[in-house]
Design a protein around this ligand. Sequence first.
Ligand code: FE2
Ligand code: FE2
Length: 180
Amino acid sequence: MTTRATPLIDNDLGNRMIKVDHAGEHGAICIYSGQLFMARVFARDKVDELKEFLSHERRHRAVFQAELRRRGYRRCRSYWLCGLGGLVLGLITGLCGRKAIVATTVAVESVVLRHLAHQLHTLRDIDPLAVAAIATIVEEEQHHHDHSAAQIERDDPWFRALAPVVTAWTEAVIWMGMRS
Ligand SMILES: [Fe+2]
Ligand SMILES: [Fe+2]
């Protein structure tokens, strides 16, 4: 009897990635909401930009919410944790002013962009609808990153202090979300 090796395709991978992205977008909404709340007093020149970013993140969450619903999937267990962590991060960095706001955006969006590129690559042959949903947000995430990166030096103390913490937190949330 001959046995043929079947390729290991994880049919659930796209579902889990959409679920994590949905929670991540909720986290982003909470970060920008917290920053916007504080920026009205402590960084008024950032208010319009934060409103613009926030409107993008709301659209991103809606994209993934619709995709999750279509798949009959519930939201990620880390959804509320993402929201709470995002809100705390947003309020604290908003309180610290424009440099902390910009440093946070660069750090978060760097992880997001790396993560999205990985997802698009991994899912390209196995889940075209997930790829289509993810592809609709990349340009705006790139804009958030590039627009903010142009306003801060990589060796700025705010960036050096916040980037490792924000990166570790974001990576940890993604890791947990993919396994829950
Ligand atoms: Fe987003
Ligand atoms: Fe973003």
